[in-house]
Structure formats: C-alpha cells, structure tokens
Design a binder for this molecule. Structure first.
Ligand code: RAT
Ligand code: ZN
Length: 439
C-alpha cells in the first residue's frame, strides 16, 4: 500500500489509512459491466463469437487500445479495415508490440493491463504473448471467474443484456441457467435512439407497432419490455442516449421520444418497481471504420434529465454522463430531485484525474448519496485493475472530506467509515433493487 498522503492539505494522516483499509476490503456490486455469465457461451462451437470475453488476446483487443494503437502506428501503414480483418491474436500482438514493448505503457488502459498481469502473478515484461496465452488456456473458466472476483473484491457482476443484439437474443430464447455471481439488466437503446429501425424489427418479431406510434404501438412496446423483464429478471432497465437527447417537449404535442419514455420505458420501470438507467453523451460512430473504437462524446443537456425526474418523481433514474462538462450540473440537478442517482465515471471519464475530480465534486454536493463507480469491464480480468484503482481513488476523496470534518470539530468513527464504504460501493445501489439477495 502506498503511503503517499502528501496531497491532503491538513491534519490527520491516520484517518487516510483507516479509510483506505476499510475501502480495500469492502465488497463491491459492479452495477454496469459488459461481462456475461459463462452459461451464455455453453454449447458454443469453436469459432463462434463469445459473449464472455477473457484472457490476454481479448484484453489487448479491447477497444480502448484500438484507437491508442492507431495513434502510434506509422501514418498510412494500416487501415482500420485491414486491422479488423486481422484475427484477434494478431491484433493483440500488434497492440502488445506497439504499446507495451516499444515504449513504456503510460495511458490509463495500458497501466491497467500491467496491473492485471502483475495481480495474476504474471511477469509483465514478456517480449511476446506466448507465455500469457498458455497460462490463460490452462484456466478453468469458473474457477478463474471466482479468482478474478476475489482479487477485485466484486461481490456481484451486473451484466448489460441487449434484446436487440442478434448474438445475445437467441441465447436467452434458448434458456440460460441463472448464475448467482451475475445479475441481468434489460438495455434497449434502439427503442429511443433508432426508433424507426427498432420499430421495423419489433414488427418483424410480431408486435403490432407503427413508426408514428399510432394504434397499439406503445402498448405493444410495453408487451415487448414486459416479456424481456419476465425472461431476464433484471435489476434495472437501461438505455444509452446521445448528447442530443431531448425529453422536454418544445410544442404542445409530446414528441415520439417523450411518448416512448412516458408510455413505455418509465411506465415499465414504475410498474415493475425497477430503476431506469440513462447513460448520456456517447456520440456513436464518429469514425465508423474504427467500429467500437469509433465512438466519441458530446456535452448533453442536464435540463432534459431534470424534466424527466420532475415528471416522474416516483421512479429512480440512475444517471451517468460522458462529458466532463456535465458532471457539476448533474450534481446540482440531483440535489433538486432525490430520484436522480448519479452513478459511475463512465468510459472517457474513467481515468485517474477525472475520477478524482468527479468524486470530489459529488462528495461536496451530494455527501455519500450517489454511486461513485462501475467498471464497464468488457473483458473479465479488467475488473481487477478498474476496481483496484477506483477503490483507492474513492477512498482518498472520502478521507479528504473526513479530514475536513474532523478539522471542523466532529469525530469520524471506524463504524461510520465502514457504513460509508458500504453505502458507496454497494448499498446505494442494492437498497433500491427490490428483492436483492446476496450473491
Ligand atoms: O465503455 C465502453 O466499453 C463503451 O464501449 C460502451 O459500452 C459504453 O460503456 C456503453 O455502455 O455504451
Ligand atoms: Zn458500458
């Protein structure tokens, strides 16, 4: 454990160690990941695309490394199309050589990968991937998941389950055995973000829906949501929205998006006693040839979130925003509407400097009434570095507040520190999930 407490302006360094120790051992509920229970891949044949990704090749093929590697390749030496045509191990070799062997790994994602290797007892200085590949190949997946969860202190992994994904939908329809280590989430971006094509797909699946929402459309969208809620038993409903997202109506007639929220998504959330998570600010396909690595971000309008919260005060909205510029405004909106629950430092703000800044702002404005982090892990072992890093950063931000609390004259007991750690890393989420049972 590092003993660098120099950035604390005043006082009692001992409280910093007490907080770090408490946060280090507090189990986490990771409330947004892209990981899947291994049961989703049971029966998959060699060469089939997998839902649960793990191991060195997948770690290096992670989309956070794709845009990073293009920044250091000789300009014009490789097109995105040629890159994607390479098999995964070849892409992994390219990333390893360029970002880890030819220069010291410096970026957030690079340092994270080194942390993973070291935590698993591997030497991070191998010139090539052969040794890592055989180490991962010898792992039994169920034991490996347990070990990764132990190392990262994660008690339950919340998946992102997408009924509109052609890869995932058939697995649910065929039936997936429940795995107590994983919880489901129904995520339906296309319903709001690409309504015309979502409408076409729903119609092809037998729902009586029309693009202008006439007739039975919203009832039929509800039927679709109800069926998926029944099938997956989700812990919340979710939707990712572009920075241009608008809920508030400009004229008298409610917009299609507003009706989809009011009559479908929010109503389903309310009637099933679920939270609705909105992840706002991803500008999809800014550079389409880069595929998953081609998304950017933009500043969104927090007034839209406030309008939703004001209209539906009996539903809890889990909100994360991608733009740094939205973070302070979101905290202020959450002070006005207690049904707004800010969560996580998402994607491009899941970096050391941004986690520190956002967590400090949230603690200053919201006390401990928010969810400071989720991992967004897409590859299993990422849980290790993402949680190791976030735990420590969150603990230090909390300790910084306690130093001020004590300087002002109040005492912070060990029991109070433990209660805050529990609230921040699991309680603020699980207490709002009806019927939550320990994993
Ligand atoms: O962080 C990521 O991996 C992004 O690609 C997105 O998946 C984002 O987290 C999302 O949930 O849309
Ligand atoms: Zn995500």
């Amino acid at each position: 454990m590092s003993s660098d407490t120099s950035r604390f302006p005043i006082g009692d360094h001992c409280i910093v160690e007490r907080v770090r120790t408490t946060f280090d051992i507090q189990p986490v509920v990771d409330m947004h990941t892209h990981l899947y229970a291994p049961a989703f891949d049971r029966g998959a044949e060699d060469g089939d695309e997998r839902l649960l990704l793990y191991g060195i090749d997948e770690l290096l093929a992670y989309h956070y490394f794709v845009d990073e590697v293009f920044r250091v390749l000789e300009p014009g030496s490789l097109t995105p199309a040629a890159f994607w045509a390479m098999p995964t191990p070849e892409r992994a070799d390219l990333v390893w050589r360029n970002l880890f062997v030819e220069r010291p790994p410096v970026s957030e994602a690079c340092v994270g990968l080194i942390d993973i290797l070291t935590s698993l007892g591997l030497d991070p200085a191998e010139p090539d991937l052969a040794g890592y590949r055989s180490w991962f190949a010898a792992r039994d997946i169920d034991t490996h998941i347990d070990e990764v969860m132990r190392l990262s202190g994660v008690e339950r992994i919340v998946m992102t389950n997408e009924p509109f994904s052609d890869l995932e939908r058939p697995r649910w329809e065929a039936g997936v055995d429940p795995d107590p280590r994983f919880a489901a989430v129904v995520r339906v971006d296309p319903i709001v973000e690409q309504w015309p094509s979502a409408c076409e797909r729903l119609a092809a699946w037998g729902y009586d829906v029309r693009e202008d929402l006439s007739g039975q459309t919203t009832a039929e969208v509800r039927r679709f949501l109800d069926e998926w809620i029944e099938r997956t038993s989700p812990v919340y409903l979710a939707c990712s929205l572009s920075p241009a997202f608008r809920y508030a109506s400009d004229g008298d007639a409610p917009s299609i998006v507003r009706r989809l929220f009011d009559e479908c998504l929010v109503r389903a959330a309310r009637e099933h006693g679920l939270m609705l998570a909105l992840m706002i600010g991803a500008k999809r396909a800014v550079h389409p040839e880069m595929r998953l690595a081609g998304d950017g971000l933009g500043r969104a309008d927090v007034d839209q979130v406030a309008a939703l919260a004001r209209t539906h005060q009996d539903v809890t909205f889990l909100i994360t925003m991608l733009s740094r510029e939205n973070q302070h405004e979101l905290c202020v909106a959450a002070r006005k509407f207690s049904n707004l629950l800010p969560f996580g430092c998402w994607w491009y703000v899941n970096t050391t400097s941004q986690i520190r800044e956002i967590t400090r702002t949230r603690l200053e404005l919201l006390g401990t009434s928010f969810i400071p982090q989720h991992s967004d892990a897409r590859v299993l072992e990422q849980l290790i570095y993402k949680w190791r890093q976030s735990r420590r950063l969150i603990a230090d931000c909390v300790a910084e507040r306690y130093v001020l609390t004590e300087a002002a004259g109040a005492r912070v007991t060990d029991a109070a520190i433990k209660a805050d750690a529990e609230r921040l890393l699991r309680g603020n989420f699980v207490e709002r999930v009806a019927g939550w049972t320990a994993g």
